[in-house]
Design a protein around this ligand. Structure first.
Ligand code: FRU
Length: 326
């Protein structure tokens, strides 16, 4: 078969060369369309964001027509605005952005969108509706489920009052507001549950340590720690350690549940966290939608909401296996 094709191929090459020589114009080459995607990441330094980038890169590697350029804003709004402006100048065919904070990034995202660049907003939101689509999990629901879990736990443990310390994500980022609001709705079924202290650790584990130390010091009875993400929950555990205090009688709640060796699933298996919630990065879905928008000219829905899962000791090991973790 291959042998029979070879003379045909040689003839085709010859004709192509002859055609190229005999005409003033170079022969038209069948060029497959290629697409450049700009991916503006809020902060590569956080493990969950590294996982999002890795998912995007892995999904894009399977599609040779796509090139993805990554930019890291290092949790700085001005840097992220500049990153998006550079992507616009470079003429990206599509922009994916996971914005650091909503308000400072809204205008530049709108600028890209107004120029006709499709924009996929991932996980954190911008204000208004000048973007093509948003993909992410329902943070209010996650907060509500965490609150309901805490309310039930306090009841089961007979803790009244049941004092909660909250470690919040970066204030201008939408999941922080939504996870905070949802939690307050979730605990409303149990009037014994009280948020006695709340501090902003900007999503960063190391920032959570001194804040948790200070809150634990002034509040002798803490029943629940609600951290808006797993790194801050781990930060709270380090605070217990620093104070030589025992966290075992305290309910520790996180969010993210990464299937990595130092991720939340492993933390639940190892009994460091009591409960966490799978917060999918949406990286793969972003590339799937990018392809539909660019190649099939699809009109995407304005929102794609990803599923979450509650992770407790009973299901953590199975979930870790199902996510391919170890
Ligand atoms: C990483 C992160 C995650 C969190 C998400 C919310 O920057 O803080 O831990 O779930 O962002 O946007």
């Amino acid at each position: 078969m291959a042998k029979r094709l070879r003379p045909l191929l040689a003839t085709a090459v010859l004709f192509t060369l002859l055609a190229a020589c005999s005409s003033a114009q170079p022969a038209a080459q069948p060029t497959a369309e290629r697409f450049l995607i700009g991916m503006s990441q809020a902060n590569n330094a956080e493990p969950w964001r590294a996982a999002m980038n890795a998912q995007i890169a892995a999904a894009a590697r399977k599609l040779p027509e796509l090139e993805v350029r990554f930019a890291d804003a290092a949790q700085n709004n001005a840097t992220q605005v500049a990153d998006v402006e550079r992507f616009i100048e470079e003429g990206v065919d599509l922009l994916i952005i996971s914005p650091n904070e909503a308000t400072p990034l809204t205008n530049v995202v709108a600028r890209a969108y107004d120029k006709g660049i499709p924009v996929i907003v991932l996980d954190r939101k911008v204000n208004g509706d000048k973007y093509t689509m948003w993909i992410g999990a329902d943070n209010k629901l996650i907060g509500r489920r965490a609150g309901a879990y805490a309310a039930q736990w306090c009841k089961d443990q007979g803790r009244a009052p049941c004092n909660v310390i909250e470690l919040r994500g970066l204030e201008g980022s939408t999941p922080a507001t939504e996870r905070g609001d949802g939690f307050r709705e979730g605990i409303a079924t149990n009037s014994a549950v009280k948020i006695i202290a709340s501090q902003n650790a900007d999503w960063i584990g190391d920032k959570a340590i001194p804040l948790a130390v200070a809150m634990l010091k002034v509040n002798p009875q803490v029943d629940v720690i609600y951290a808006h993400n797993d790194p801050m929950a781990e930060g709270a555990l380090k605070a217990f350690q620093k104070l030589s205090a025992d966290p075992s009688a305290t309910l520790i709640i996180g969010i993210d549940a990464l299937p990595t060796p130092d991720g939340g699933l492993k933390s639940v298996i190892d009994s460091r966290l009591d409960v966490t919630y799978v917060y999918p990065t949406g990286g793969q879905e972003a590339i799937e939608w990018a392809v539909k928008i660019l190649e099939q000219k699809a009109q995407p829905p304005k929102e794609v909401i990803l599923d979450t899962l509650e992770v407790v000791p009973a299901n953590a090991a199975d979930l870790l296996k199902s996510f391919g973790g170890e």
